[in-house]
Design a protein around this ligand. Structure first.
Ligand code: CP
Length: 310
């Protein structure tokens, strides 16, 4: 089966194919028009071993809009709490004849491990600090719609780059689509291998913001910082918080993005997050449903004997 474990491994034309497929679902979702039953009779299991608001709900809405029977497994209420291993959980989901499985897990690589054990497509809804491919796709779709193109856009990604699966998937997707990506972080939160990804690392946020078309802010992933340096929120806001004053360094029409959940007053000020005409944060959430509809449709085409995965 085809899986979506990451942006890594996707060709630029495959990324664009998924974005183009997502376009058709935006209006359907907005107007509740053109109900679609292409996933009728299929069982979609969302297995979330880590908290989520946006990703879980939008995968659930996306599956339901396409007619799938959607079942959510919350790890906190599951037998994972009784010591069941990830592999045994995967084998159990498989035995229930799931047709597609969506997984979020706190460990990098957990999704691939499950993909190797089951007989249906697996979609990564975020695994540790590895990848969050549907987030990168919805971000790319938002940029393309708001800026007209992705190629040659200067996209500044600021925050905890070291622990962020959102940063990693976005770097892969945006560079594949020829954007100019700049990453900004305190040196302790910048991965050593960043230069190998073909992008420019900055520790000075003000310098990185010059001429930006898109400013994407990330949360400090405190839950992944075992023993690492954790900046105080005051210190962090002073150097890496997006304020109205700092935003002036970007282009006058630069797009403001955040994958959520936001920590207002830490990485982003409220008056920036809510800036009319400039903030795309709620639009990102909306694009999430369309992108996940596209991914569920495309990834199940082979088992539905439908042509068309690029
Ligand atoms: N952006 C994102 O993944 O949000 P959730 O953790 O709420 O799903």
């Amino acid at each position: 089966h085809a899986h979506l474990t990451g942006i890594s491994g996707l060709q630029p034309h495959e990324i664009l194919f998924l974005l183009d497929e997502a376009e058709q679902w935006i209006e359907v979702n907005r107007n509740r028009s053109g109900s679609d039953h292409r996933l009728d009779g299929l069982t979609q299991i969302n297995a979330f071993f880590e908290n989520s608001t946006r990703t879980l709900l939008s995968f659930e809405i996306a599956g339901k809009r396409l007619g799938a029977d959607v079942v959510n497994m919350h790890a906190a209420q599951s037998s994972v709490k009784k010591g069941e291993t990830l592999i045994d959980t995967a084998v159990t989901l498989n035995a229930m004849r799931a047709d597609v499985i969506v997984i979020r897990h706190m460990s990098s690589g957990a999704v691939q491990l499950i993909a190797d054990k089951v007989d249906c497509p697996v979609l990564n809804a975020g695994d540790g600090s590895h990848e969050h491919p549907t987030q990168a796709l919805l971000d790319a779709l938002t940029i393309r719609r708001r800026r007209g193109t992705i190629a040659h856009q200067r996209v500044v990604i600021c925050g905890d780059i070291l622990h962020s699966r959102v940063a990693r998937s976005n770097i892969l997707a945006l560079t594949a689509l020829a954007a100019e990506v700049r990453v900004v972080a305190p040196s302790t939160l910048m991965p050593a291998a960043i230069a190998k990804m073909g992008i420019t690392p900055f520790t000075d946020f003000d310098a990185a913001l010059e001429g930006a078309d898109v400013v994407m802010m990330l949360r400090l992933q405190n839950e992944r910082m075992s023993g690492a340096y954790i900046p105080s929120t005051r210190e962090y806001h002073l150097n890496y918080g997006l304020t109205l004053e700092r935003l002036k360094r970007a282009k006058p029409d630069a797009l403001i993005m955040h994958p959520g959940p936001m920590n207002r007053g830490v990485e982003i000020d409220s008056n920036v997050a809510d800036l009319p005409g400039r903030s795309a944060i709620t639009e990102q959430v909306e694009m999430g449903v369309a992108v996940r509809m596209a991914c569920l449709d495309v990834l199940t085409r082979r088992s539905r004997k439908v042509e068309g995965w690029a």
